[in-house]
Write a protein that binds this ligand. Structure first.
Ligand code: CA
Length: 256
């Protein structure tokens, strides 16, 4: 069952944070889905709700959401599989909702590509705050009007051997070929490449890319670094672009 919730237009006294942004809520507990949807809506998001996993994949393609709140236990297709499939065509932020804390560790180990995890029962207000924190950092590429300085600012290209990072355009090239990164992967690379001589701890990367309030398994960083390395043709041993600093965390590599 799909329930597209129309966005409010008449009563909005202020422009919410989510104005112009789309959210997909995938949750089979109808009451919880509606509660979360109402919070997002009040914040200005255009919200689409579904309780079915298979339908969620189709909706993600159709709606092209900026953020997906994804329940793990779903009829049709479970959250892990939905996330895997959505990841093949979307760089939306995915917040996975689990019923038990210990599931989070398992999920991080499975490296399904979610950007954040929350455990039930959760406060919709807190989830909204986390979503806002995630979305606050990257500005969508297709909405240059939100970056009035974009046209005027000089283009900065960070070069590391064959790797080029353009933080403003949010583009990455490897040997002249564009590299498609998820937002989280891009944010990690942008953070590391901004201070290439600095070794970042996992916690520092979490503060920079997720949120200072983020609480959870810091291993989440390793998973996203692993994905990033794979896309850059890197691995833990060579670390041409992303180096492991033993006992600390990660540092940008020179490309050699
Ligand atoms: Ca469920």
């Amino acid at each position: 069952m799909t329930t597209p919730i129309p966005s409010q237009t008449s009563t909005a006294a202020h422009v919410g944070f989510g104005a112009g942004l789309r959210a997909l809520v995938v949750e089979d507990e109808t009451q919880l889905a509606e509660l979360v949807a109402s919070y997002l809506e009040r914040d200005g998001f255009e919200v689409t709700v579904t309780g079915n996993g298979a339908e969620a994949v189709g909706l993600a393609r159709q709606v092209d959401p900026d953020v997906i709140l994804l329940d793990l236990g779903l009829p049709g297709l479970d959250g892990v599989e939905v996330c895997r499939q959505v990841r093949t065509f979307s760089d939306a932020y995915v917040v996975m909702v689990t019923a038990r804390t210990d599931e989070v560790d398992t999920l991080i180990g499975l490296s399904v590509g979610a950007d954040d995890y929350v455990t039930k029962p959760f406060s919709p207000r807190e989830v909204l705050a986390r979503i806002q924190a995630m979305l606050r950092r990257p500005r969508p590429l297709h909405e240059p009007s939100q970056r009035p300085d974009a046209a005027a600012a000089p283009r900065e290209h960070r070069v590391f051997g064959d790797l080029v990072v353009d933080p403003l355009g949010r583009d990455v090239w490897l040997s002249g070929e564009p590299v498609a990164l998820t937002r989280t992967e891009f944010e990690l690379l942008a953070t590391l490449s901004a201070q290439p001589r600095m070794a970042f701890s996992r916690r520092q990367l979490i503060d920079a890319v997720w949120d200072e309030a983020w609480v959870g398994d810091e291993h989440l960083v390793d998973v996203h670094i692993g994905h990033l390395r794979r896309k850059l043709g890197d691995d833990a041993i060579t670390g041409r672009y992303v180096r492991t600093i033993r006992g600390v965390g990660y540092r940008m590599g020179t490309g050699r």
